[in-house]
Design a protein around this ligand. Structure first.
Ligand SMILES: *Cc1c(COP(=O)(O)O)cnc(C)c1O
Length: 371
């Protein structure tokens, strides 16, 4: 690990700038801890990453793209948007790309939300939301999850006001795991005015039980105010390359293009995403996702056998709603070689990782209950 920063190393210049007051109120994004290198084997199960390295075809595409790294990437990302349009059955002009779907969500806020406008989302949910909304001058309206750690769609619909510009639904919900059905989303949309954009963040869609996953493609076609948010960071395993996208109404997709960072999606990221969409690669990625689902079932069964009652997760993670016990559980796991993601005194999230790490999670969770 690198040495801790030495505050006395460089003299600090006088502070003269005026920052926006909104920054004071922003929560810090707490990144999943690295696994550490103090000589002990530790597993990083704290960031919902794929445990699998890139497939050879993806790696080769990225390496080949390096030969032209002196050139800017294709700003229109023509080939990738063409492929994504075909995948989703929409015109390529309806695909908006950026450096990860977090960045696309930020673009949505910038395109839609003025000073004081409201953005409604569930809480707890993805911790990037309050930062994205607050940093762009919007007002976050956080609607508590139900006792089952699910979106409370009744209360979320009731929270929509004249100032609401955007609602974010996260399904499966990070960090708790439950998902929304087609009927639930349709019922919600029926209660939200059509000028309010409803973004459906599907970062974990590929880990969902395919038999019951919400038909968001159909929902998108039926509602002009719906935006689908997708990423290559999770199931496709490209978190380090930073690429994600939205599927949106053409006018909104164009607006996202207007506010996004120019040349955001790098050439290596574009070709890696494109390679991931090739049928052979897609088939292998599907197998990996199926393996994660099997591991999830194995984990959930083993944990239930130990007496744990966890929210039903459709993601590549499980959530331990331990309340006040959360920090102690996260520390307990870390001491035993497993780095998890703690959420204050709400709960602890564990990413389904390589088999050894999952075995260790079962062991640690069992020890915790018997301590
Ligand atoms: C990981 C994650 C994303 C994707 O983030 P990227 O910026 O694409 O890496 C989006 N939404 C949620 C809820 C996530 O957990």
């Amino acid at each position: 690990m690198s040495a801790p920063p030495d505050p006395g190393r460089y003299p600090e210049p006088p502070e003269t700038v005026r920052l926006r007051p909104a920054l004071e109120a922003l929560p810090a994004y707490v990144a999943g801890k690295p696994a550490g290198d103090d000589g002990r084997r530790r597993f990083k199960a704290s960031s919902n990453e794929s445990p699998f390295p890139p497939l050879p075809a993806v790696r080769d595409a990225v390496v080949a793209a390096m030969d032209e790294a002196n050139r800017y990437p294709d700003m229109a990302a023509y080939a990738l948007r063409e492929a994504l349009g075909a995948k989703h059955g929409v015109d390529p002009s309806q695909i908006a790309l950026s450096t990860g779907s977090v960045a696309v969500s930020g673009d949505l806020v910038r395109a839609l939300v003025g000073e004081g406008d409201e953005v409604v989302y569930a809480w707890r949910s993805f911790e990037a939301y309050p930062i994205l909304v607050g940093s762009h001058g919007g007002t976050p309206v956080q609607v508590p999850l139900t006792a089952e750690h699910e979106h409370d769609l009744e209360s979320m619909a009731a929270a929509v006001t004249d100032r609401t510009r955007l609602v974010i639904l996260c399904t499966p919900n990070n960090p708790t795991g439950p998902s929304l059905s087609t009927e639930q989303i349709e019922g919600f949309l029926a209660r939200v005015p059509e000028h309010v954009v409803v973004a459906i963040d599907e970062a974990y869609r590929e880990f969902h039980d395919p038999a019951t996953v919400a038909g968001t493609a159909g929902i998108f076609r039926r509602h002009g105010n719906v935006v689908l948010l997708r990423t290559f960071s999770k199931m496709q395993g490209l978190a380090g390359l930073r690429i994600g996208y939205a599927v949106a109404h053409p006018r909104l997709a164009r607006a996202l293009g207007q506010v996004t960072v120019p040349f955001g999606a790098s050439a290596p990221a574009q070709v890696a995403a494109l390679a991931s969409l090739q049928p052979g690669v897609q088939a292998e990625l599907d197998q990996r996702a199926a393996w994660i689902r099997e591991e999830r079932s194995r984990l959930v069964a083993a944990l239930a056998g130990q007496g744990w009652q966890l929210p039903r997760s459709q993601g590549n993670f499980v959530y331990f709603p331990l309340g006040e016990g959360s920090p102690a559980f996260a520390a307990f796991a870390e001491e035993r070689g497993l780095v998890l993601r703690g959420y204050g005194t709400d709960g602890v999230r564990a990413t389904i990782s390589e088999q050894e790490a999952n075995d260790l999670l079962i062991e640690v969770a069992g020890q915790w209950r018997q301590r």
